[in-house]
Design a protein around this ligand. Structure first.
Ligand code: SIN
Ligand code: MN
Length: 200
């Protein structure tokens, strides 16, 4: 596992091996059955191209009343628990005793992208956000702690892990595009990104 830094983000790349990647996909299946992916609305109209769901005490939702964490899936049910192999990646990369209370699951199908944004709906920015990529390659764009200015990009492959913490916790980031069907991990193609967050 090579570790490199880009604009304060720690990139562990190549990250998880193919056995570990397959294990994660297996433990996501029951979560996706219990808490199906949905297309969040953008406040002001329209839908995000990325489909989402979550595991943990909190999940991230967005609808006409805005972006927020919620204790319930749009179906009204509580989110499934975060599986232990995912929590273990958090322990291994952060060394923290405190565990994340949200695992946001983003699914990028063909053509999906995510605009530059900060992760700032959490209560305490001293905790990092840990991202795990599975499936197709995704082009991560990393900017600055304020909007605008120069940016850099890096392709994230299946198994790559990114730790967004410290000074870079509030750095703008987004995903410009994916290389659809570049990986054979997910039977229908696409990219899954997991982000582990301490919400409260
Ligand atoms: C996110 O910022 O929530 C997702 C980042 C990614 O898909 O790599
Ligand atoms: Mn984010």
């Amino acid at each position: 596992m090579a570790k490199l830094w880009l604009r304060g983000f720690q990139l562990i790349k190549p990250g998880l091996d193919s056995v570990a990647q397959q294990q994660l996909v297996e433990c996501l299946r029951p979560i996706l059955r219990a808490a199906p992916l949905f297309s969040p609305e953008v406040p002001g109209g329209g839908k995000m191209s990325v489909r989402m769901t979550s595991a943990g005490a909190f999940g991230w939702v967005s609808d006409a009343s805005g972006y927020r964490y919620s204790e319930r899936h749009p179906s009204g049910r509580r989110w499934p628990d975060i599986p232990d192999p995912i929590l273990q990646i958090w322990r291994d990369t952060t060394g923290l005793d405190r565990l994340p209370d949200c695992c946001l699951i983003n699914y990028y199908g063909e053509g999906a992208r995510m605009g530059l944004h900060q992760d700032k709906d959490e209560a305490d920015f001293s905790y990092p956000v840990v991202s795990i990529s599975l499936g197709d390659d995704g082009l991560l764009r990393i900017g600055n702690q304020v909007r605008g200015g120069k940016t850099d990009t890096v392709w994230l492959g299946s198994g790559d892990v990114v730790v967004m913490g410290g000074e870079a916790r509030l750095t703008y980031h987004g995903v410009d595009r994916i290389r659809f069907k570049s990986s054979r991990l997910l039977p229908k193609g696409g990219r899954i990104n997991l982000t582990l967050r301490v919400v409260t």
